[in-house]
Design a protein around this ligand. Sequence first.
Ligand code: TRP
Length: 349
Amino acid sequence: MTQEHASKESKAPKRVLTGITTSGTPHLGNYVGAIRPAIQANQEANNESFFFLADYHALIKCQDPAAVAQSTKEIAATWLALGLDTSKAVFYRQSDIPQITELSWMLNCVCAKGLMNRAHAYKASVDANLAEGEDADKAITMGLFSYPVLMAADILMFSATHVPVGKDQIQHVEMARDMGQRFNHLYASKKQPIMTLPDYVVDDNVAVLQGLDGRKMSKSYGNTIPLFLGEKQLKKHINKIKTNLLEPGEAKDPDTSAVFQIWKAFASEQQAADMRQAFADGIAWGEAKKQLFELVNGELAEARERYNDLMDKPQEVEEQLQAGAERARAVAKPMIERVREAVGIRGLV
Ligand code: TRP
């Protein structure tokens, strides 16, 4: 089921927008949870998609320039290799749209500091500091504190109606709504609002994959399986997925097994049912992992070749990003002009 926080049902075309922070290498969890569903949704007729590389957001977490640059290249190449239709989706890099940071400042000026005090990510950092007996603000930058403002600018800039996110990002989309509402209240008439208030979309159907150690697959746990590993490496990683000591012939519980869970995310319904039976029948872990490798590799092999190609020819990727940025700026420019005019940043005559 898809859970939409929808304030109003409308038949107007959906404008779907989502950002991917450019820190880290895409892994199976990102693929199953975000990239694959986004690329599929982009094919739907009544959908306009805006997908972007949130490289300014990356600076909040990562101050290693080479890592930010590398991740940007990897993520862009990944989406293209997986077949994102860029004639339909507007695919761009946040930093190529200077109007976003400009809008971000305008929103900073209408956003209550108290709202930011309540942001989960910031609060978690404060709590961690306090738990360690440190100063509450230790290592907390203004970037981290005002992260939801930049994200609101990303969303409001393009009048997005639907923002697919993970559960951890729901609050940020709600904050974008708050900021948009506040801006409209201050600067626009009720009849002609300037900001479109976005709804978040959380798809409960997409799997949240477990990583090698059984916890949620996440870069921060260091338990990921990178998406485009070479075959040998992919096999090695799959072999490292934590299992238990049950012997071949002993029935195994699919519902607590990361092996089964990843299987399910790549399998047809029939294949999932068959593997469930195989678990009940006591399939050996080694055999289950071998089949898992075949399945995952089968889905990714072609895209991996394209990916490696694109990584060798970043010029092609750059061209796509530039073309996307041009289309994005065509939307952002008139919007920022309207916003400037509304707040009173104008020429004198
Ligand atoms: N903050 C999001 C994340 O870490 C990425 C992001 C940045 C985003 N700007 C956005 C997502 C705008 C949706 C809309 O996952």
